[in-house]
Design a protein around this ligand. Structure first.
Ligand code: HEM
Ligand SMILES: *[C@@H]1O[C@H](CO)[C@@H](O)[C@H](O)[C@H]1NC(C)=O
Length: 527
């Protein structure tokens, strides 16, 4: 039932020849000129843009966030850039991000159309919808996450149990060097599986590994410069050959897997005792079955569950991999954490109640997230109504970008003709490096989160999960995972790299939409 919607990729249209592409280019140039002429003004200032490519030629493909930060030194904290013909308002620095996303939260809560997410999801679900649908799905998801965080077998217990499996696996390697990438993905994906399916998978389950591979490929593509280009010129790339087609061709496997699980859940549902996210959703569906406006429909369940996998897996597992690299690069920090953990917890599995007694470890975990800065410009937002911010106006996006069902071809045409309205980007990178907010913004330094007495010190500019109404829906789950996994790993192991700490490069391998750490074969020595 989900086919058909995404059929743009493989059809005969993709064999367009050069002539057609050039023609399309000329038409686009024309459209651009018409659009520039009709543009309302009073937008925030920004660098002059060229037709078609906008400011792309001035942006570093491998570190676009650095270019944005550089621009903000000239044009200020609220500026307009053109990514291709996509007009984009970028908000930089802690003060402006807070003013917009927290103090004017209702204005800035819209989700901008993100072609990769639309293409991968085929449906407007939690992460890419707006209005009543988003509101309902978001509230339901946050409540359900909380419910499974207390009572019954809560999320914390699932995480602790998974940490046992993870450590047992590493012990079985007996100190042989290994690449932790896949293990970390399994561990973290299992937590999402526990939440939605009430089930974890062994690290050698082929079906599970196959699905993870699809997710990794989508994310890797999304994080590459080419993937960014797809977001900027979806209509063009959709009709050109290239690896974008292979990446998306696999995503139906994830949906099929989720669909099958939902069917199993339906067959064994006990309405009085929901086991997991899917059960809770099915119960809500049943409650609202006579409400023609209900947002609780089967395709949205599939879409939202795949959102949870996409949003909750690679983000957390890349952060864990970055954590291992940081610990190897700074052996004294690793040792100091181990001492603190040994003294406070001993051999028992760590839990969230231990966090306040482990100020140094807590600071290091925060600093790991701050220094990685994994999604440097979050996920694009947009104005759902005309916004006035700091004296500028940001025009609203055309509502027809958000129809009920995604007709991908129509979506692409809209991207062409209405230029997707104006996107809004919170430049989280600039907040996590804001020189007015941090003691030592540009290095790895746990003192960014410690006071003079070694107590943990909060900082409101800690925004790796973004801020405001759209901030990460899985924040508390992710923070639980990071704290428990990192501390429990250090209870059992000391991590090192055969060529020595100096050879660890903490700058990301891929950095565009998201940052992916370099891969190393590391050694875990049992303590
Ligand atoms: C270290 C781990 C994670 C980081 C750094 C992270 C960060 C983010 C960021 C920056 C956003 C976009 C916020 C915005 O639009 O302004 C986001 C959205 C989201 N995240 Fe996370 N996330 C993490 C883990 C998770 C986990 C574990 C889950 C759930 C299982 C999750 C679920 C979501 C969802 C559903 C959204 C979309 C929310 C919406 O559109 O309303 N994330 N995340
Ligand atoms: C890690 O080791 C494996 C097997 O020895 C090897 O195939 C792989 O290329 C290595 N990876 C890295 C990043 O060095």
């Amino acid at each position: 039932m989900y086919k058909g919607n995404t059929a743009g990729g493989g059809g005969p249209e993709s064999n367009m020849d050069l002539y057609t592409v050039v023609l399309a280019g000329m038409i686009l140039a024309l459209l651009w000129m018409v659009r520039v002429k009709s543009r309302k003004n009073n937008l925030p200032p920004g660098p002059p843009a060229l037709p078609l490519i906008g400011n792309l030629h001035q942006i570093d493909r491998y570190a676009p966030f650095s270019s944005f930060l550089e621009f903000s030194k000239t044009y200020g904290p609220v500026m307009t850039l053109h990514l291709g013909w996509q007009r984009t308002v970028v908000i930089a620095g802690y003060d402006a991000v807070k003013d917009a996303f927290i103090n004017q939260a209702d204005d800035f809560m819209g989700r901008g159309p993100l072609p990769i997410l639309v293409k991968a999801n085929t449906i407007y679900a939690l992460a890419n919808s707006n209005g009543e649908r988003w509101h309902q799905l978001r509230r339901f998801t946050i409540t359900t996450l909380k419910d499974f965080g207390m009572g019954r077998k809560g999320m914390e217990e699932w995480i602790q149990e998974e940490s046992q499996h993870m450590r047992a696996y590493i012990h079985s390697l007996k100190g042989k060097p290994f690449d932790p990438t896949f293990l970390m993905s399994c561990v973290v994906a299992n937590i999402v599986c526990c939440l939605v399916f009430c089930e974890r998978f062994d690290y050698d389950n082929q079906q599970f590994l196959g699905l993870l591979n699809v997710l990794v490929n989508v994310l890797k593509f999304g994080c590459s410069p080419y993937g960014q280009l797809y977001n900027i010129f979806p209509t063009l790339l959709e009709y050109l050959p290239g690896r974008q087609h292979a990446v998306f061709a696999q995503i139906h496997k994830v949906r099929k897997f989720i669909g099958d699980k939902i069917q199993d859940h339906k067959d064994s549902l006990d309405p009085n005792s929901p086991r997991d996210y899917i059960d809770s959703f099915l119960i809500q569906m049943e409650k609202e079955k006579n409400n023609p406006k209900s947002e609780f429909l089967l395709d949205r369940l599939v879409g939202t569950v795949s959102n949870l996998f996409l949003a909750g897996t690679e983000t957390t597992s890349s952060t864990l991999r970055h954590a291992l690299l940081v610990l190897i690069k700074y052996p004294d920090i690793q040792e100091k954490m181990q001492q603190e953990i040994d003294a406070v917890i001993g051999k028992r599995t760590p839990g969230m109640q231990d966090r306040k007694s482990l100020p140094f470890s807590d600071a290091v975990v925060h600093e790991i997230q701050r220094s990685l800065d994994i999604v440097p410009f979050a996920v694009p937002h947009c104005a759902l109504r005309d916004i006035t911010f700091r004296g500028y106006s940001i025009p609203k996006v055309r509502p027809r970008l958000f129809q009920n069902r995604i007709d991908f071809r129509r979506f692409l045409m809209n991207c062409l003709f209405v230029c997707q309205g104006t996107k809004i980007i919170p430049l989280l990178h600039s907040v996590l490096r804001d020189e007015k907010q941090w003691v030592d913004p540009w290095s790895f330094n746990p003192n960014n989160f410690l006071d003079h007495n070694g107590n943990f010190k909060k900082n409101p500019a800690f925004m790796p999960f973004s801020a405001g109404r759209r901030a990460c829906a899985g924040e508390s789950l992710a923070r639980m995972e990071l704290f428990i996994f990192i501390t429990s790993l250090l209870q059992d192991f000391t991590f090192s790299y055969s060529e020595g700490p100096a050879h660890i490069d903490l700058t990301p391998e891929f950095a565009s939409f998201g940052k992916l750490p370099h891969r190393y074969n590391i050694t875990a020595t049992a303590r």
